[in-house]
Design a protein around this ligand. Structure first.
Ligand code: GDP
Length: 346
């Protein structure tokens, strides 16, 4: 297989380019807001002559996993498919209308099939893997893939280094029959074990030696606004903001950082956020997330329903924005994006 020639002309970040908004993103929750921001920006900046990069998305990589010899990047792909208009929105991952013949065949061969990979989706992982094997970085491959999907936003992995979220969960020891902590990849815990075992620890493997993506750090520094999208605070946003240079840039520019609560009341809108937060002793509430983010997020958007906790959040030195933070439709996505972007020129 040969790399597409357009790959060699991947855009280099130039000094004069101007970043407007950077979004720190996980997967299913984040992509809705990312799509809303992209649509709002497109309408706003389409007629400007100034050379600017409207939107940079810093994507989580710590849920990436090697499967069947392929490098699978679920959060990056969700963002690319979402912005490219092919995301299966009912699932929140994969490509709409995809088929699963490959997996059926793998099952026939006795191979593990607990992680769903669609036939069309498979092409992404195959191409990504051989490009990485040819020596391209994850950033280069991601930029190329985004372009191929017609995505105009920059999608930037938080790091090109190996970084993996590992969950320590209780499983019955085969010899003693007693529950013992077992360390497993996040995807194994959430997909293979359906998030059922009790979680006793979470760590980001590789964090000490991981090198922050300079393009991500630069985007944060140069943006007029940084939005922390609603994503799992522990396994999607956590592994991005744990990277030293990214965190330093966010803390330094804290005033321009707005985070959106992934929690309303005491429940996550989807996924296992609450389970992970409880395991780490973080209260499962917007207050818990706001405090967790308080050293790098100057503002925090919560649901009107949670107005009762606004004062407590302000006590962490965080401004509170109250709005409807639930995105059930494209209109909701654009409404929330526009609301947040009103704060761009404060
Ligand atoms: P996952 O839950 O572990 O798959 O992590 P993701 O990073 O993909 O994000 C899901 C997070 O986004 C969850 O914590 C959800 O509560 C949150 N979420 C999903 N949909 C929405 C929404 O419409 N609004 C808000 N504010 N949060 C959402």
């Amino acid at each position: 297989m040969k790399a597409d020639k357009s790959f060699t002309s991947c855009r280099r970040v130039q000094q004069q380019e101007y970043y407007l908004i950077t979004v720190i993103a996980g997967g299913t929750g984040s992509v809705k807001l990312v799509r809303g921001i992209a649509a709002t920006l497109e309408a706003q900046v389409a007629d400007r002559s100034k050379k600017e990069i409207g939107l940079t998305v810093i994507s989580n990589v710590a849920d990436n996993i090697w499967l069947h010899g392929l490098y699978v990047c679920p959060d990056i792909d969700t963002v690319i498919y979402g912005l490219g208009g092919i995301l299966d929105e009912s699932k929140g991952w994969g490509i709409q209308g995809d088929t699963f013949a490959f997996l059926q065949q793998m099952a026939m061969l006795g191979e593990p099939t607990w992680f769903m990979l669609g036939d069309r989706d498979l092409a992404t992982h195959i191409v990504r893997t051989w490009m990485i094997r040819e020596g391209k970085s994850l950033s280069e491959v991601t930029e190329w893939l985004a372009k191929r999907h017609g995505v105009t936003a920059r999608v930037v992995p938080s790091t090109d280094s190996p970084l993996v979220t590992r969950i320590s969960a209780l499983a019955n020891d085969s010899r003693s029959g007693r529950p013992e902590p077992v360390s497993m990849h996040l995807q194994e815990f959430w997909v293979k074990h359906r998030g059922e075992p009790q979680v006793v620890g979470i760590k980001y493997d590789g964090l000490e030696s991981a090198k922050d993506n300079p393009a991500a750090v630069q985007a944060i520094k140069s943006s007029r606004m940084v939005i922390i999208a609603p994503g799992n605070p522990i396994t999607s946003i956590g592994p991005i903001v744990a990277l030293a240079e990214i965190r330093k840039a966010l803390v330094h520019d804290r005033k321009k950082v707005i985070a959106v609560s992934p929690i309303i009341g005491s429940s996550a809108i989807s996924g296992p956020a609450v389970k992970y937060m409880q395991a780490l002793g973080i209260p499962n509430s917007p207050t818990g997330v706001a405090q967790y983010y308080s050293d790098f997020a100057g503002s925090f958007a919560i649901s009107h329903e949670d107005k009762g906790v606004a004062e407590k959040i302000r006590g962490f030195g965080v401004d509170v924005l109250q709005t409807d933070i639930l995105m059930r439709s494209r209109q909701d996505e654009i409404r929330l994006a526009s609301f947040l972007m009103q704060h761009l020129n404060r």
